[in-house]
Design a protein around this ligand. Structure first.
Ligand SMILES: Cc1cc2nc3c(=O)[nH]c(=O)nc-3n(C[C@H](O)[C@H](O)[C@H](O)COP(=O)(O)OP(=O)(O)OC[C@H]3O[C@@H](n4cnc5c(N)ncnc54)[C@H](O)[C@@H]3O)c2cc1C
Length: 384
């Protein structure tokens, strides 16, 4: 297994780096400030064919998770929200890939890979985020399918999605084996999307509550066997965790880029800030941590590309997500420090990196949950 970049991956890196600098970076501050969905950036990613990167060629993809990570990293370096547009599409794609029937895959995956269709995934409820098995939304069996009733929160991408994968329980008992994922079209009768959250970070891609009032879903739109939803969500998260890590690497690299530019141009005590040894060591540490995170993320992506799954993959992708997002937070915090008061001012971009980094430590399994996965792999599962 190798994660040295091949010719194709270098081409992806060169292309996305250039487009990110020329077309994405100039939009980043406005997207964050206005918190408006960046349709122009979505169209750009589609035009470049970037949605296809991580998925099997059989469903219109390019089949390289490592290329996908490289693209996310380059976009995330200049604009967290534009990188998010790719990722938010890829998690539901991963869930359908992991648990869908051949008919479901043919119906949805080519559209998601090309960007013709948009999707979201919704498991979180007010009383259960990390504790997915505690969801209360019910799927009641009826003739030909199910009726879904309940409420969700924090469903990202919902208002622009064609389909939303909704988690609901079929059994009474509080068990992962009662959890299912259902494919619900946005316009389904009884399905409502609430007002978007006012967020500190990740502001350009809307996160909303969902309300389901006896929404009918045919049996053919349940993903996997009844009670198989939890396993599918976990496998989809396993596949997408290197991508979250890549967002952390890109964010950290972008924070370093801005810091270098700032400290080389700020003069104090008769020299530039970049000449103070204490500051030089800070930059060295920021670069060192970011490079370590990059290597862990590339290795995790290479394992996905090599077909590794399940308990072999889970701790490595958890390490990649956790280490890279913790690195993003540490590096962004140091970057704000290097800017001094300018780091606090909305006139400079660096506070955006700081706010977005915090989101990464929470989404797609908080970093405490990642540490649980890693500890379980090292020590065995704790008895409770
Ligand atoms: C910007 C954003 C976008 C999101 N998008 C989506 C989306 O598209 N779809 C979706 O379904 N959800 C989404 N979420 C929700 C996200 O997945 C949850 O917020 C996350 O899983 C944590 O759940 P929670 O907020 O309920 O925190 P809780 O689970 O209540 O956790 C609270 C604290 O307790 C800690 N904790 C919990 N359990 C343990 C444990 N066993 N051991 C140690 N510590 C623990 C947590 O790490 C956290 O620090 C999004 C959230 C954000 C912020």
């Amino acid at each position: 297994m190798t994660y040295a970049l091949n010719e194709d991956q270098r081409q992806v890196q060169d292309l996305v780096r250039r487009v990110a600098r020329e077309r994405v970076a100039p939009r980043a501050d406005a997207i964050d400030r206005t918190a408006e969905y960046p349709q122009d950036m979505y169209d750009l990613l589609r035009e470049l064919g970037l949605f296809t990167l991580p998925f099997p060629p059989a469903y219109g993809g390019n089949g390289s998770m490592l290329s996908a990570c490289i693209a996310i990293e380059e976009l995330g370096r200049v604009c967290y929200n534009t990188a998010y547009l790719l990722l938010v599409q890829w998690t539901p794609f991963g869930a359908i890939l992991a648990g869908g029937t051949e008919e479901q895959k043919k119906r949805f995956l080519p559209g998601l890979a090309s960007g013709a269709l948009r999707a979201a995934i919704s498991t979180t409820e007010p009383q259960s985020g990390s504790d997915i098995a505690g969801i209360r939304t019910r799927a009641r069996k009826v003739d030909g399918g199910y009726r879904l009733r309940g409420a969700k929160i924090w469903c990202t991408n919902a208002p622009v999605s064609d389909i939303i994968l909704v988690g609901a329980r079929t059994g009474e008992e509080r068990s992962a084996r009662a959890i299912n994922l259902f494919i619900v079209p946005r316009g389904a009768k009884g399905f409502e999307i609430g007002r978007k959250e006012e967020k500190m970070g990740a502001r350009g891609v809307p996160s909303c509550p969902l309300f389901l009032d006896e929404v009918f879903v045919p049996e053919t739109d349940r993903l996997g066997p009844e009670g198989g939803g939890f396993k599918i969500v976990m496998e989809a998260f396993n596949q997408s965790r290197p991508l979250i890590g890549a967002r952390g690497v890109g964010l950290a690299q972008g924070a370093i880029d801005h810091s270098v530019d700032f400290i080389k141009n700020r003069h104090l005590f008769g020299q530039t800030v970049s000449d103070f040894q204490g500051v030089r060591w800070m930059i060295a540490d920021m670069a060192m941590q970011t490079e370590a995170a990059r290597n862990l993320v590339y290795r995790a992506a290479a394992m996905v590309d090599a077909g590794v799954t399940g308990t072999e993959l889970a701790p490595i992708v958890a390490m990649a997500k956790c280490f890279a997002s913790d690195t993003a937070m540490t590096v962004a915090t140091d970057a704000v420090q290097l800017f001094g008061a300018s780091g606090i001012s909305a006139d400079y971009p660096i506070n955006r990196y700081f706010r977005d980094a915090k989101v990464l430590q929470i989404v797609e399994g908080t970093n405490q949950i990642q540490r649980n996965i890693i500890a379980n792999a090292v020590l065995g599962r704790a008895s409770r």
